[in-house]
Each structure stands twice: as C-alpha cells, then as structure tokens.
Design a protein around this ligand. Structure first.
Ligand SMILES: Cc1cc2nc3c(=O)[nH]c(=O)nc-3n(C[C@H](O)[C@H](O)[C@H](O)COP(=O)(O)OP(=O)(O)OC[C@H]3O[C@@H](n4cnc5c(N)ncnc54)[C@H](O)[C@@H]3O)c2cc1C
Length: 319
C-alpha cells in the first residue's frame, strides 16, 4: 500500500498522467497526489478536480524555469514527504534527466517512456519502444518507489469533476541552480506545431516537385490539420522547414489522424508517428510499409487521389 505521486512539466501532460494514476492508486489502495511545481501552483485546483486526491504546490523561484538540479531536489523531498509506492513523471526532455537522478539517488529502477501502465504481480509494469520501434520491451519496476516517466498523449485528459481533492502548499529546501539562464528564445517554427495537431497530412517523396506540396497543404487546410513531412522533404530537398519533419530525428507526433501522401513508411519515419490514432496511407505501392501498418490505405497515384479527396472533404464540410 502507498500513494501514487504524479508530476509533469506541463499541465496538460499532468492531467493525462492523473487519468493513468487513478486506477493504479485504486489497486494499491492509495491516493493520487499531484505535485504542482513552479508555475503550475496557479492551476492547483484544476489538478484537484481532474483526479488528484491531494495537490501539493511549491512555487519556489528555483523551480521556474525548469533546471535539473532543483527539480531533482524537489522530487526527492516530495518522495520523502509522501512516501509513495509509485511515482509517475511526465516524460519530456525537461524531467527525464531529473527522474533518472532521483532513481539513482534512491537506488531504485526508473522506467523511461513507459506506455500501457499496469500492475502485474503487484509491480508497476509497462512497455517501452526500443530500436526506433523495431522492438517493444516489457519493463517491471522491482523496488519502491517504482518510478516511471510516461510520454504525453497516450490517453485523454480527464474532464474536471466535482469539488476535487485538497490543495496544500509545501515548503521545499532547494539550492539555487548552479547554472544561470541568461537568455531564453523561442525556436522559430512559424505557425507549425505538429505535436499539438489533431490531423497531420504528411508529404513524402511521392510528391515530385516543391510546387506540388500544395496538394498536402490543400488537404490539410480542408481537414483543419497541419502539414508534416519525411526527412528527405525537409533535410535533403529543403522544401519544408525542420518544424514539419516527423520521425526518429524529427518530431514525434500523436495526432488523431495521420495521412501519408507518397510516404514509404521506413522505420525511422514510423518511429515518429506510430502512436497516431488513425493512420491513412495514399501510396501507389501496396507493398509500402506505411500501407501495411495503416488503418486505411488508398493504393493509387496521389496526384489523382488527393485533388478528388480535397473536393470531397470540402463538400462534406460545406466549404
Ligand atoms: C539515422 C537515420 C535517421 C532518419 N530519420 C528519419 C526521420 O526522422 N524521418 C524520416 O522521415 N526519415 C528518416 N530517415 C530516412 C528514412 O530511412 C527514409 O529514407 C525516409 O523516411 C523516406 O522518405 P519518403 O517516404 O518520403 O521517401 P521514399 O522512401 O522514397 O518513399 C516514397 C514513396 O512514395 C510512393 N510514391 C511515389 N510516387 C507516388 C505517387 N505518384 N502516388 C502515390 N505514391 C507514390 C512510393 O511508392 C514510395 O513508397 C532516417 C534515416 C536514417 C539513416
């Protein structure tokens, strides 16, 4: 028996972890405790109404912006205070580093980017993708606290419900970070933010000329989605910027629908879009790997299919 301590560097990710923590806490006979650190203290009530029995807040200045050392200290002190049996931390580049340090200090394991969380034999268990998606490993945490970092967008965030749990401010003893952040600049990505897109139309080398990217743009506009692409389109041909690049060395996306236009579906691309809810392939080769993994495939020339599809979508949506 023990509580489930949950925290994530961004609130939306935190809500999703609360959805996954609830059933685990019920099974271990504990409570869900959410740690709203830094700026998140302002949203404490939101966490309380979305599944946290107890929300602990700390807005110590050392916690904003994120830096590894103060967060490591904060996680360790929260674990000391809550004594959880399970700790779920949102897996992002801003937290996986601290999670690993915490696990090392406590001499316990740390599951990294674990999906499909469950208890098996009473231990926290889940899957992790290895080798760009070629292999799936099942990992089980053997020592308490069982620490796992969990990717975003695996489940829907729970809707707010009722009055929710309690909120209490905690004082943590944090050392000011050794590194000083002198400047922060937003990375130029124009209006493209594929990680947030519900629908992505992805352009591959089946598109023959830069001007023909309009096919992908028109379909994305008709569907209210964004344009993504394979590495050759962004890195070799430079027809689109890096913000559009999906895959192992590009962006990892999890849209509700991914539509690949002339995308072969090599493993390095699939590594970045395999968690899409619905995968559609438009490819003239029925043996293309993306066709094989797709939910729906149109095996035909994209130059013929896409304009007709755009017209059909516009008509259906009254555009
Ligand atoms: C270390 C490493 C990292 C990599 N990282 C990434 C990454 O992050 N992202 C990434 O995307 N790639 C990555 N790659 C490259 C990857 O291996 C593939 O080469 C790339 O994804 C292929 O892009 P593509 O599907 O656009 O092109 P292709 O593989 O050339 O496929 C084009 C497809 O279009 C179809 N087609 C052609 N004409 C038409 C038509 N008229 N109508 C319909 N279909 C048509 C073809 O049948 C074919 O399936 C990486 C490679 C390495 C070695």
């Amino acid at each position: 028996m023990g509580d489930v301590l949950v925290t994530a560097p961004d609130a939306e990710h935190g809500y999703e972890l609360l959805a996954q923590a609830g059933p685990l806490a019920a099974q271990v006979g504990g409570k869900v405790v959410y740690a709203a650190l830094g700026d998140q203290a302002a949203q404490a009530k939101e966490f309380a109404t979305r599944g946290a029995h107890r929300v602990l807040t700390c807005s110590d200045p050392a916690l904003t912006p994120y830096q590894t050392e103060p967060y490591t200290e904060a996680y360790l002190q929260l674990i000391e205070k809550v004594k959880p049996s399970i700790v779920l931390i949102g897996a992002t580049i801003r937290s996986k580093d601290a999670a690993a340090r915490v696990a090392t200090k406590l001499e316990v394991g740390c599951g990294c980017e674990i999906m499909n969380l469950r208890l098996d034999g009473g231990r926290l268990t889940g899957e992790r993708v290895y080798f760009s998606g070629r292999s799936l490993a099942t990992e089980r945490l053997l020592k308490d606290p069982q620490i796992a970092t969990v990717p975003a967008r695996l489940v829907d965030a729970p809707a707010p419900q009722g009055a929710g749990g309690s909120v209490e401010a905690v004082a943590l003893k944090l050392t000011p970070p050794k590194a000083k952040i002198v400047k922060r600049e937003k990375k130029e990505s124009g209006s493209v933010h594929l990680e947030d897109a519900d629908i992505i139309v992805s352009a591959g080398r089946g598109i023959k000329k830069k001007e023909d990217l309009k096919l992908a743009e028109d379909l994305a506009a008709a569907l209210g989605g964004q344009v993504g692409c394979t590495r050759p389109i962004a890195a070799d041909l430079k027809w689109l910027g890096d913000a559009h690049w999906i895959g192992l060395s590009g962006h990892e996306v999890k849209p509700k629908a991914y539509i690949g236009l002339g995308v072969s579906g090599q493993i390095q691309h699939v590594a970045g879009m395999r968690s899409s809810k619905i995968i559609v392939a438009i490819n003239k080769d029925e043996e293309a790997p993306l066709v094989k993994i797709s939910d729906y495939a149109v095996v035909d020339d994209l130059y013929k299919v896409v304009p007709a599809l755009v017209q059909a979508v516009k008509k259906a949506r009254g555009q």
